[in-house]
Design a protein around this ligand. Structure first.
Ligand SMILES: O=C(O)CCC(=O)C(=O)O
Ligand SMILES: [Fe+2]
Length: 334
């Protein structure tokens, strides 16, 4: 079944969204909400004073934080936003469809709109995306990526290297903040499987009824996300949805399910979603770092709170049952 691109729907300038995109009342966003008391932590990676304490607090209380003074060149953040925006905003649909992903297989590389395995019950996300398989290099085939603008493939490859290095640095700090050796979490994870997903959220005529991306936690180890200045990413914290405010040049770090398992629940994966808006399209770029599908992941502390899981089994249940918040992870609790 060919999936309809959300961008085409949005361009039809209708005043209501098709029923498959309408969320049930309990998951609809509260658009007009203001005055949220809490704010997602910002961590300065240059801070040599109480970096580990701040990181520990952010990981325990939020599972999400923004980092500043990372070593990723700002020009590279600008470049990848530029090439992504050119693909979604400046390229004919016919050209984009040449890169269509295989909608029958989950997480296949390319241009897509439907994240979950097709089922009549799932409400669709108001989002189109492009997924790149970037690491290990044996999975990388840059001819699957757009070739326009001319530097698209080079920029994505360079961005992949920098994200890997930052993910390693952060997992080292996360390990140390729990009095583990710097390499501890990385040793459990093994070789990084990295995917880069550029998400494009067209303006939506009824943002109060839809979600750009439904509530979920990421199933891998650690996600690094950048977003433009539109805003729309929210995390669930202490019973309320809190916006992750766009901060230029910052990188948003999202702890994912395998980190929760490895740390034995000391650190939680962050439940998050993206809301839409009627005025402006939004672009975000998420870089996921995962174990190999065959890897067994288990807690490093005793007594374990989660049963060990073969990573690929966790991913399959996420895609077939749907994330619905964190139910697939909760199913592993002992
Ligand atoms: O677009 C965003 O801000 C969120 C993207 C996201 O959560 C994901 O791709 O897993
Ligand atoms: Fe996510």
């Amino acid at each position: 079944m060919e999936t309809l691109r959300v961008q085409l729907l949005a361009e039809k300038s209708e005043i209501s969204v098709p029923s498959q995109y309408v969320q049930p009342p309990e998951t609809r966003p509260q658009i007009e909400k203001t005055n949220v008391k809490s704010a997602v932590p910002v961590i300065d990676l240059n801070s040599r004073t109480n970096l580990l304490d701040e990181l520990k607090k952010a990981c325990k209380e939020w599972g999400v934080f923004q980092v500043i003074n990372h070593k990723v060149p700002i020009s590279l953040l600008d470049d990848i936003m530029r090439v992504g925006r050119t693909f979604f905003g400046g390229c004919e649909m016919e050209e984009k469809l040449k890169y269509s992903c295989d909608s029958a297989s989950p997480a296949s590389e390319g241009y897509g709109s439907r994240m979950l395995v097709a089922s009549n019950e799932t409400v669709l996300d108001w989002r189109d995306y492009f997924d790149h398989h970037t690491l290990p290099l044996s999975r990388r085939n840059t001819s699957h990526w757009p070739d326009s603008p001319a530097d698209y493939r080079k920029v994505v490859a360079e961005y992949s290297d920098h994200m890997k290095a930052l993910a390693q640095e952060l997992l080292g700090l996360v390990s140390e903040s729990l009095d583990l050796t710097c390499q501890c979490i990385e040793n459990v994870v093994g070789e990084f499987y990295q995917n880069i997903t550029i998400s494009y959220y067209p303006p939506c005529p009824q943002p109060e009824l839809t979600l750009g991306l439904q509530s979920h936690s990421d199933f891998g180890v650690i996600t690094l996300l950048i977003q433009d200045d539109v805003g729309g990413l929210e995390v669930f914290n202490n019973g309320e949805w809190v916006s992750v405010n766009p901060m230029s040049n910052a990188i948003c770090v999202i702890l994912a399910d395998q980190t929760e398992i490895i740390t034995n629940g000391e650190y939680k994966s962050a439940q998050h979603r993206a809301v839409t808006n009627a005025g402006r399209s939004r672009l975000s770029i998420a870089t996921f770092h995962d174990p190999a599908k065959t890897r067994q992941i288990s807690p490093v502390f005793h007594p374990p709170r989660h049963r060990p899981v073969i990573y690929g089994d966790h991913v399959s249940s996420w895609y077939t049952k749907g994330p619905e918040g964190k139910r697939n992870l909760d199913a592993l609790l002992l």
